[in-house]
Design a binder for this molecule. Structure first.
Ligand SMILES: C[S@@+](CC[C@H](N)C(=O)[O-])C[C@H]1O[C@@H](n2cnc3c(N)ncnc32)[C@H](O)[C@@H]1O
Length: 318
């Protein structure tokens, strides 16, 4: 299967529309912070023939596949193995002080989900790994087998919004004392058994929230995003635009906060004239979060949870 068949870029038309005015500027550079299989990147390079693209991904496998897909654009595309909060260092190394566009398409790629041995999917038995970059950090099995129970409860609640966290963690702790966890099927089965009937009737597979929580913990996803968003806004030239696609409420909340903070005046109340230094740096381009059209969701199930927000940089730092 070719890379374009394996992944349909989510809300592609709308992402391009949001970024377009900035990417039509002569000499524009856009950063795709989540290159994945290069679907959005390929479209940006095709649609804006003068744009230069910097593509980041922490997953070396994604960089390999995207590299093949984008090879025909030659040196217009520079792909870098990096976690996206390293954006300022990457741009400095490349000698690009400011950029005209930044795109984040958060979460895991369809390739990561489809390759059972990466351990992201709860629907098939596989080693519990879930690292986007398997060359660093610890996998999900180690988290399950070694974290103190209180810490596991916190993770399941905060990152999985799992109401039954305590019940699930008690079962995990009982089981891991018998034998450490290695594969996903045993965890899925245990969650199924631990949950009361009522909790199983809502929200799809009962293991979904626990898997999301483990994935976020293993990859430090929210902490990285919290650092990366302000860094991305800071990297934008005036007139530059940012678009962010999130797939769960925790990500979307962070995105909303950072963009809203940038679009709000920081002036103390009651000033008759607001000095330049207090004025907003961003103008919001989306009203709330935009959702994918029904037709897109019907064709691509993975688009269903997507939330898109965008903003334009309108002012330099004071
Ligand atoms: C949803 S996919 C992107 C798909 C891409 N837009 C496309 O059209 O093919 C998200 C990608 O971001 C990468 N990723 C997730 N978090 C990252 C981070 N903190 N730093 C760098 N890459 C990250 C994942 O490895 C994955 O390949």
């Amino acid at each position: 299967m070719s890379t374009n068949e394996r992944h349909v870029p989510v809300m592609l038309g709308r992402c391009l529309d949001l970024l377009a005015p900035a990417l039509r500027e002569p000499g524009a550079t856009v950063v795709d912070c989540t290159l994945g299989l290069g679907g959005h990147s390929e479209a940006m390079l095709s649609e804006f023939p003068d744009v230069r693209l910097v593509g980041l991904d922490r997953d070396p496998a994604a960089l390999g596949l995207a590299g093949e897909r984008l090879a025909r654009f030659g040196d217009r595309a520079t792909l870098v193995h990096a976690v996206y909060d390293e954006l300022p260092e990457v741009l400095e190394r490349l000698g690009v002080p400011r950029v005209q566009g930044v795109l984040f398409d958060l979460g895991v790629s369809s390739m990561q989900l489809d390759e059972a041995e990466r351990g992201f999917a709860y629907s098939r038995d596989a080693p519990l790994d879930m690292r986007m970059d398997q060359s660093r950090g610890v996998g999900a099995a180690e988290v399950l087998n070694t974290y103190p129970p209180g810490e596991l409860v916190r993770i399941l609640r905060a990152y999985g919004e799992e109401k039954q966290a305590r019940r699930i963690v008690s079962a995990i702790v009982r089981e891991r004392e018998k034998e450490p966890f290695a594969g996903s099927a045993r965890l899925v089965e245990l969650i199924r058994e631990a949950l009361p009937q009522a909790a199983k009737r809502t929200g799809g597979n009962p293991a979904k929230r626990t898997f999301q929580a483990l994935r976020i913990e293993v990859n430090g996803e929210l902490a990285v995003l919290e650092r990366a968003l302000p860094a991305a806004v800071a990297a934008l030239a005036v007139g530059g635009r940012i678009a962010v696609l999130s797939y769960h409420s925790l990500e979307d909340r962070l995105v909303k906060q950072v963009l809203a903070a940038g679009a709000t005046s920081t002036a103390p109340p009651g000033l008759p004239v607001v000095p330049e230094r207090y004025q907003p740096r961003l103008r919001l381009l989306t009203r709330g979060a935009e959702l994918p059209a029904e037709e897109e969701v019907a064709e691509n199930r993975r688009a269903a949870p997507a939330r898109l927000r965008g903003a334009e940089r309108i002012r330099e730092e004071p």
